[in-house]
Design a protein around this ligand. Structure first.
Ligand SMILES: NC(=O)c1ccc[n+]([C@@H]2O[C@H](COP(=O)([O-])OP(=O)(O)OC[C@H]3O[C@@H](n4cnc5c(N)ncnc54)[C@H](O)[C@@H]3O)[C@@H](O)[C@H]2O)c1
Length: 352
């Protein structure tokens, strides 16, 4: 069933403790002032879905929520969630993007990461249950997979999260799965691969300083006139460099709109669903450099270094389930992602 077409949809077991989904959809987006959450909010607005945002602005930017209902505060604050729902009783779905996301920080401070990403999510889920909101879309990550061999991964591939950050994602998935089995909620975990780019209308983009992913490092090297180091050229991939599945953040955001619109149908048979969001083809780091040079028309000074501790060959998404259940596939290319990332980096000053 398509929620938008369906009008008021009661929760399937007929229970009246779950609010229905009204024709004018309203979603709560946690972390909606961050890179991905703000882009999801923009895609929702463009699709006629109204976002309400909770963000503590720890890494998010107030201006990314301009013109949107923004509640500044913590997802783990029950009084705040109660107030948001009291003021927006027609919220029917939560898109839970809020998290701490820096892998090395999670290695140095695991307790803080488990508290921020797992502990506060449990508190949020309690608050949502108390307020009768039982539909959750969760920002998960491809970092939960074992990505040793540079191949495609389906949603059923073995999990081997290799950092505390990645383990927080796997744990929240488990919590959602158990809660769904207990009939407490329904959930869709969207496992993002490697988001790049920015909102094509430049409403928001990446706000983190010195991003450590390959494209961020490449852009920094290009702008400084420095050298880009390929870390490892002996991986089991087609050209020996590591492999990623870059996904334009706008494509990612559009997939959330589909997940909102189709939520009840997608979770009908199984109340907990996992869906990969990737381009479905891998790009090696060398291919990324070639694409970068194609887009910029310039050349990048490249050197080959050794593997870094903890690195893996990488993996790309088998994106078949997203096509089947969300009728979604990535449409923007790696060149689009590089172009939009560069355009955003030109206009955004992370020190401002
Ligand atoms: N960026 C990626 O490469 C990537 C890849 C896979 C999954 N994800 C997931 O996507 C989600 C969004 O990531 P992002 O890249 O937009 O990061 P981000 O740091 O830009 O966004 C996170 C947002 O959550 C807010 N936040 C953090 N803790 C909060 C709390 N306790 N209460 C309220 N707000 C809080 C921050 O202020 C920020 O606006 C995260 O859950 C992340 O794990 C990101």
């Amino acid at each position: 069933m398509d929620l938008l077409a369906a009008g008021a949809v009661p929760y399937p077991r007929g229970d009246d403790w779950v609010r229905g989904v009204s024709r004018s959809l309203k979603v709560l987006i946690t972390g909606g002032a961050g890179f991905i959450g703000s882009t999801v909010a923009s895609a929702c607005i463009d699709a006629g879905i109204e976002p309400v945002i909770i963000d503590d602005l720890s890494t998010g930017r107030e201006e990314f929520a301009d013109g949107r209902a923004l509640y500044r505060g913590d997802i783990g604050d029950p009084a705040l969630v109660d107030r948001v729902v009291a003021e927006h009783p027609d919220i029917s779905i939560v898109i839970h993007c809020a998290a701490r996301i820096v892998v090395p920080d999670s290695v140095r401070g695991p307790l803080e990461y488990y508290e921020a990403n797992v502990g506060k999510t449990i508190e949020l889920l309690r608050s949502l249950r108390r307020n009768g909101i039982h539909r959750v879309i969760f920002s998960s990550s491809a970092s939960v997979y074992d990505a040793e061999d540079g191949g495609a991964v389906t949603e059923d591939a073995p999990l081997a999260p290799s950092s505390p950050y990645a383990r927080t994602k796997a744990m929240v998935e488990q919590i959602l799965s158990d809660s769904a089995a207990a009939g407490e909620l329904r959930a869709i975990a969207l496992r993002y691969f490697n988001p790049i780019g920015a909102d094509p209308r430049a409403r928001s983009g990446l706000q983190h300083r010195d991003p450590s992913h390959a494209l961020g490092v490449l852009i920094s090297a290009y702008r400084r006139g420095g050298t880009f180091t390929i870390t490892g050229a002996d991986w089991p991939t087609r050209d020996g460099s590591g492999l990623r599945d870059f996904i334009h953040v706008w494509d990612l955001a559009r997939a959330h709109v589909r997940a909102v619109e189709r939520f009840d149908a997608v979770t009908e048979a199984d109340p907990f669903q996992v869906i990969n969001l990737g381009g479905g083809t891998g790009t090696t780091v060398r291919e990324l450099v070639s694409a970068f040079e194609r887009v910029t028309g310039g050349s990048v000074d490249v050197t080959v270094g050794g593997r870094r501790p903890g690195d893996v060959a990488g993996a790309y998404a088998d994106a078949g389930r997203a096509a089947d259940v969300l009728d979604w596939r990535a449409e923007l290319t790696i060149d689009d992602g590089i172009r939009d990332s560069l355009a955003w980096a030109e206009r955004f000053d992370p020190r401002s």
